[in-house]
Design a binder for this molecule. Structure first.
Ligand SMILES: [Zn+2]
Length: 292
């Protein structure tokens, strides 16, 4: 299988088909650097199986933008749905790229899609639902928090890379390394990546056993901007900041306050340049308990 901007490496012995993507959102360059590092490090290491790795969204990455298309129009990590993938000649560049990547994701046993947040954050892992199914990957990481969307706030047919792999019998996760500009956290993520690759038998050597129990969260609310401008209050700028019911989260461009309808923690606050009227600008989450 040949896919533009994706490199295939074949190990000396049989093993899992592993896909590692960086810059599925083009303005999250850390993942692309980790992919480069992985290719470099694997050049003189033995491994078992097949690795596909490269840039998720090469046009967006070159542009330094979230999407390859007009800002706010689409999102590569939301278009892995049958409706988009079945479009005969899609005009959206992100949908074209999804159609290029889809055959690879359908054959992938393990997907690790490397992302970064707009605002400061501890590293965390996202997938749609079913923590137990994803345990073989996240148990080899040091992240504390796992984000799921069992209530389908992000769509009834989740269009993320990880959910698409899950629907085709693989195990897919998005690994949020932290704030996009934080290089120190990229190193942390890279060590977790290598440990996952050991844990699934792709890299030789034993995975470092981590004992902590991850906490699973689910999305309980998503807030939308009324205008193309939104200013978050300083108290909720960091991912995972606690939010009380009735707390003012920020101010819309028309001067009206955005008030939290529920208690929880806030994540995925949009960068100001991504804010568009009617679009999601943050999510609220609450815990559903321990992962296992
Ligand atoms: Zn991302």
């Amino acid at each position: 299988m040949t896919i533009p901007f994706i490199t295939k490496l074949t190990g000396l012995s049989p093993g899992p088909i592993v896909t590692v993507l960086g810059a599925t959102h083009g303005d999250e360059p850390g993942g692309a650097l980790l992919v480069e590092q992985l290719l470099h490090d694997l050049s003189d290491q033995q491994f078992s199986g097949i690795l596909y790795t490269g840039i998720g969204n090469p046009i967006a990455y070159k542009q330094g933008t979230r999407s390859a298309d007009v800002p706010g129009l689409t999102n590569l990590n939301r278009v892995f749905t049958q409706t988009y993938l079945d479009q005969p000649s899609p005009h959206l560049l992100d949908v074209q790229r999804a159609q290029e990547l889809a055959p690879l994701l359908r054959t992938t046993d393990y997907l690790i899609d490397l992302h970064a947040t707009s605002h400061p954050s501890e590293p965390f892992i996202c997938f749609g639902k079913d923590p137990l199914h994803h345990l073989p990957l996240y148990k080899h990481t040091r992240v504390h928090s796992i984000l799921t969307d069992p209530n389908h706030f992000m769509g009834s047919e989740l269009g993320t890379t990880d959910a698409y792999v899950d629907r085709h019998s693989g195990i897919g996760i998005c690994y949020e390394t932290g704030q996009w500009s934080n290089q120190e956290q990229c190193r942390f993520a890279y060590e977790d990546l290598l440990n996952m690759l050991r844990g699934i038998g792709f890299l030789s050597g034993n995975a470092t056993p981590y004992k902590q129990t991850q906490i699973v969260y689910c999305i309980t609310h998503q807030g939308r901007s009324k205008t193309d401008v939104f200013t978050f209050n300083a108290a909720v700028l960091d991912n995972w900041s606690p939010v009380k019911q009735g707390q003012v989260i920020g101010v819309h461009g028309d001067g009206s306050p955005e008030v939290s309808p529920v208690q929880g923690a806030i994540i995925f606050q949009s960068r100001s340049e991504h804010v568009r009227a009617g679009q999601t600008i943050y999510s609220l989450v609450s815990t559903t308990g321990n992962a296992i």
